[in-house]
Design a protein around this ligand. Structure first.
Ligand SMILES: [Zn+2]
Length: 103
Protein backbone atom coordinates (compact mmCIF):
# COMPACT_ATOMS: atom_id res chain seq x y z
CA UNK A 1 0.00 0.00 0.00
CA UNK A 2 1.76 3.11 -1.17
CA UNK A 3 0.02 6.27 -0.08
CA UNK A 4 -0.87 8.58 -2.92
CA UNK A 5 1.34 11.57 -3.09
CA UNK A 6 -0.67 14.71 -2.57
CA UNK A 7 0.49 17.66 -4.64
CA UNK A 8 1.34 20.52 -2.33
CA UNK A 9 1.51 24.16 -3.26
CA UNK A 10 2.51 27.21 -1.31
CA UNK A 11 0.02 29.93 -0.50
CA UNK A 12 1.31 33.34 -1.58
CA UNK A 13 -0.38 34.86 1.45
CA UNK A 14 0.69 32.89 4.49
CA UNK A 15 3.47 30.95 2.79
CA UNK A 16 2.18 27.63 4.07
CA UNK A 17 2.40 24.57 1.91
CA UNK A 18 -1.01 22.98 1.52
CA UNK A 19 -2.63 20.33 -0.65
CA UNK A 20 -3.34 21.83 -4.02
CA UNK A 21 -7.03 21.01 -3.83
CA UNK A 22 -7.67 23.19 -0.79
CA UNK A 23 -5.95 26.15 -2.39
CA UNK A 24 -7.38 28.54 -4.93
CA UNK A 25 -5.50 28.96 -8.15
CA UNK A 26 -5.10 32.50 -9.37
CA UNK A 27 -4.24 33.20 -12.96
CA UNK A 28 -3.04 36.39 -14.55
CA UNK A 29 -4.64 36.93 -17.91
CA UNK A 30 -2.99 38.55 -20.91
CA UNK A 31 -5.01 41.66 -20.10
CA UNK A 32 -3.34 41.87 -16.73
CA UNK A 33 -6.42 40.83 -14.81
CA UNK A 34 -6.20 38.40 -11.98
CA UNK A 35 -8.89 35.82 -11.98
CA UNK A 36 -9.76 32.82 -9.92
CA UNK A 37 -9.22 29.58 -11.76
CA UNK A 38 -11.71 27.20 -10.24
CA UNK A 39 -11.09 24.50 -12.84
CA UNK A 40 -7.30 24.57 -12.57
CA UNK A 41 -7.14 24.52 -16.33
CA UNK A 42 -6.79 28.13 -17.30
CA UNK A 43 -3.71 29.05 -19.23
CA UNK A 44 -1.36 31.59 -17.82
CA UNK A 45 0.90 32.15 -14.94
CA UNK A 46 -0.59 30.88 -11.73
CA UNK A 47 -0.29 31.43 -8.04
CA UNK A 48 -1.94 29.66 -5.16
CA UNK A 49 -3.80 31.15 -2.26
CA UNK A 50 -5.81 29.77 0.65
CA UNK A 51 -9.55 30.31 0.37
CA UNK A 52 -9.10 33.14 2.79
CA UNK A 53 -9.50 36.87 2.50
CA UNK A 54 -6.88 37.20 5.23
CA UNK A 55 -4.35 35.47 3.00
CA UNK A 56 -5.28 37.68 0.06
CA UNK A 57 -4.75 40.71 2.26
CA UNK A 58 -1.39 39.39 3.38
CA UNK A 59 -0.36 38.66 -0.19
CA UNK A 60 -1.38 42.18 -1.16
CA UNK A 61 0.61 43.80 1.63
CA UNK A 62 3.67 41.70 1.02
CA UNK A 63 3.42 42.19 -2.75
CA UNK A 64 3.55 38.43 -3.07
CA UNK A 65 1.20 38.46 -6.02
CA UNK A 66 3.40 40.90 -7.90
CA UNK A 67 6.30 38.59 -7.26
CA UNK A 68 4.38 35.46 -8.20
CA UNK A 69 3.13 36.94 -11.43
CA UNK A 70 6.19 39.00 -12.19
CA UNK A 71 4.04 42.03 -12.90
CA UNK A 72 2.41 44.94 -11.19
CA UNK A 73 -1.13 44.25 -10.01
CA UNK A 74 -3.54 47.18 -10.05
CA UNK A 75 -5.63 47.51 -6.91
CA UNK A 76 -8.73 47.35 -9.08
CA UNK A 77 -7.82 43.88 -10.21
CA UNK A 78 -8.09 42.64 -6.67
CA UNK A 79 -11.58 43.90 -5.95
CA UNK A 80 -13.53 41.23 -7.88
CA UNK A 81 -10.97 38.70 -6.75
CA UNK A 82 -11.54 39.55 -3.11
CA UNK A 83 -15.26 39.00 -3.64
CA UNK A 84 -14.70 35.62 -5.22
CA UNK A 85 -12.38 34.59 -2.46
CA UNK A 86 -14.85 35.71 0.17
CA UNK A 87 -17.42 33.51 -1.55
CA UNK A 88 -15.03 30.58 -1.66
CA UNK A 89 -14.22 31.15 1.96
CA UNK A 90 -17.90 31.04 2.86
CA UNK A 91 -18.29 27.85 0.87
CA UNK A 92 -15.31 26.29 2.57
CA UNK A 93 -16.89 27.18 5.88
CA UNK A 94 -19.89 25.10 4.87
CA UNK A 95 -22.30 27.88 4.20
CA UNK A 96 -24.03 27.92 0.85
CA UNK A 97 -22.78 30.89 -1.10
CA UNK A 98 -26.09 31.86 -2.56
CA UNK A 99 -26.81 35.38 -3.48
CA UNK A 100 -28.98 36.81 -0.78
CA UNK A 101 -32.41 37.65 -2.11
CA UNK A 102 -33.01 40.49 0.24
CA UNK A 103 -33.00 43.11 -2.48
ZN1 LIG B 1 -2.65 31.13 3.11
Amino acid sequence: MTPKKIPVRRCVGCGEGKPKKVLLRLVRTAEGEISLDLTGRKAGRGAYLCASTACLERARKRKSLERAFGAAIPEDALVPLAEEIARAEAEAAGRPAEDADDG
